[in-house]
Design a protein around this ligand. Structure first.
Ligand SMILES: [Fe+2]
Length: 347
């Protein structure tokens, strides 16, 4: 037993799960507490990603979101903006989920306008153009997926459908005269179209909702008192490649030691005052690649906290930008791993 072992006398079980929270599971009972590891060689490791850090790209007004985790189908990006985007951008390969970590902006899209505030989550399907204006120190975390993402809460108690809104019409649908640039983002490449009118404003839209927004502040946890239970789903895609859950404080048992055979997990700590184990700074994300045994902190935190979880079948890898904000993590309380803390002291 180590000092990070559970102290509540619970049996030391390791849950092996298929298909994330949805599939069959099997239990291994062991004497050892298996999330702890003494050291690691190689790159397939759990990391704390301090996404709240300032990235140098933020100073470039033309900088697109900076990718910190990537696979051929799924990206996790950070986008920090001190000023407005000098163009509209349309990603034609990915649906995107914008999470507002901090700041404010007016999000103008092909489907209308939203005023962004902290804790907003916005679903922006592929091939929808957007730009950011009236930007005030905006800091976004973005999940981009080649598959469509739907806002699809577990039930109405988790998120009341009345709390899901869509953009409003433009105040000035004719736009303002001038030259306008639209950047098409196609994979690693971009192509710019130019117009002598503003191509974004609309008079009205109808049909199925396209851009949708809700606030994590309006989400309720799924709780079964004293028992560890899956978190509440907020978004999914029809192929189940990528799912997004609410992971805020709740009256439940601590998560079991488990390995998630099919999904990488990225937990994003959003707001206190309570802390999520060793995670205290909003914008800290903990990435546990699939198959890496972990437990994760107690979720029954009376002071309360807000967090969310990305699960993806994609095999994510750190980018160079991701590496700059990544630290090796231990997978019990999600603290910096002792060997990384040591290296930082030496370095
Ligand atoms: Fe997990």
């Amino acid at each position: 037993m180590t000092e990070t072992s559970p102290t509540n006398g619970a049996p030391l079980v390791d849950l092996y799960t298929r298909n994330g929270f949805a599939g069959p599971s099997a239990i291994m009972v062991r004497e050892q507490y298996t999330p702890t590891y003494s050291r690691v060689e190689g790159d397939y490791t759990p990391r704390r990603l301090e996404a709240w850090h300032s990235l140098p790209e933020a100073a470039d007004p033309r900088a697109l979101p900076v990718t910190i985790l990537r696979s051929p189908t799924v990206r996790v990006d950070v986008w920090q903006r001190t000023g407005d985007t000098p163009f509209a951008v349309r990603d034609v390969h990915h649906d995107q989920v914008f999470y507002v970590l901090d700041g404010h902006a007016r999000l103008e899209t092909d489907f209308g306008v939203l005023d962004l505030k902290p804790m907003d989550m916005v679903r922006i399907p592929r091939s929808v153009a957007l730009r950011l204006v009236e930007v005030a120190s905006l800091h976004l975390i973005i999940v981009a997926t080649a598959n469509p993402v739907n806002v699809n809460p577990h039930n109405e108690a988790v998120l009341n459908p009345a709390q899901i809104d869509v953009p409003r019409a433009y105040e000035n649908p004719g736009g303002t005269p001038g030259e306008y640039e639209l950047v098409i983002r196609h994979g690693e490449h971009t192509t710019s179209y130019f117009y002598d009118y503003d191509p974004l404003p609309i008079i009205q839209v109808s049909g199925a909702p396209v851009v949708q927004r809700f606030s994590l502040a309006d989400v309720n946890a799924l709780s079964v008192k004293g028992v560890a239970s899956p978190p509440a789903q907020l978004m999914d895609d029809p192929t189940t490649e990528t799912l997004i859950f609410y992971l805020g404080a709740r009256e439940s048992g601590r998560p079991p030691v488990h390995h998630n055979a099919d999904y990488d997990e990225i937990g994003v700590y959003a707001k206190g005052p309570g802390q999520l184990g060793a995670v205290t700074v909003p914008g800290t994300a903990v990435w546990v690649p699939k198959g890496v045994i972990h437990q994760g902190p107690e979720e029954n935190v009376p002071e309360g906290y807000v967090a969310w979880l990305i699960e993806t079948r994609a095999n994510l890898e750190l980018t160079e930008a991701g590496r700059r904000i990544a630290t090796l993590a231990e997978t019990s309380e999600f603290d910096v791993h002792p060997t990384a803390a040591e290296a930082a002291l030496v370095g």
